[in-house]
Design a protein around this ligand. Structure first.
Ligand SMILES: Cc1cc2nc3c(=O)[nH]c(=O)nc-3n(C[C@H](O)[C@H](O)[C@H](O)COP(=O)(O)O)c2cc1C
Length: 188
């Protein structure tokens, strides 16, 4: 595990940092694992991203206060379930604290032995490769073991609200320029 240490910067107000980054839309991904006694565990992140193609790596950040991450870390593997616009209830369930998060949440076991939540837009099964301690979070790097596209549109989160991507309409074709009036007396 590496540690990033920097001096605190009191000129940066955490409330403004939250406001600025809260305005940046993110996807919504459930990070899940299965304990040795078969209990599913998981939590929701907005920080899941592709990190490298060669080799295939992903990353996400988890708060040091997470009660689930220490378990998934010790298992050494997880599935990143990229949630769909149909899965707001799953998001709400897994972003709560406690042991009852998976009540009513269907999943199948991946070949890696991790829960793939039914109805996700994609499942990314990963081994934990490394972890960096960065301030009040851990930055996790995972190596992709299997990548399975699902169905549906990704759920988005911005400014404390959930939504979906709406493409801008294609620009209307430019109106034809009016014909220039013939110069008086020309060709007469
Ligand atoms: C849309 C959304 C995005 C979130 N993103 C993160 C994140 O990137 N990292 C994190 O640690 N918590 C994030 N959370 C909060 C966790 O899901 C929440 O604290 C959860 O209860 C942690 O559960 P645990 O303590 O069982 O690990 C997010 C929650 C929501 C609803």
């Amino acid at each position: 595990m590496s540690i990033i240490v920097t001096a605190e910067n009191p000129s940066i107000d955490p409330a403004i940092q939250r406001q600025v980054f809260g305005a940046l839309p993110t996807g919504v991904t459930a990070i899940t694992g299965l304990t040795e006694d078969g209990t599913p565990r998981g939590f929701v992140v907005g920080t899941f991203q592709s990190l490298s193609l060669e080799p295939p790596l992903v990353t996400f950040c988890v708060d040091k206060s997470s009660s689930t991450w220490p378990t998934l870390r010790s298992l050494g593997r997880f599935t990143a379930n990229i949630l769909s616009t149909e899965q707001l209830p799953v998001c709400r369930a897994l972003s709560r604290k406690g042991d009852e998060k998976f009540a009513g949440v269907d999943y199948e076991q991946s070949p890696l032995g991790t829960p793939r939540i039914s109805g996700a837009t994609a499942w990314v099964d990963c081994e934990v490769l490394s972890e960096v301690v960065a301030g009040d979070h851990y930055m996790i790097v995972g190596s992709i073991e299997e990548l399975v596209p699902g169905e549906g549109e990704a759920l988005l989160f911005r400014g404390g609200k959930f939504g979906e991507f709406n493409q801008w309409p294609a620009p209307a074709p430019a109106a034809a320029a009016p014909a220039a009036p013939a110069a008086a007396g020309k060709d007469q």
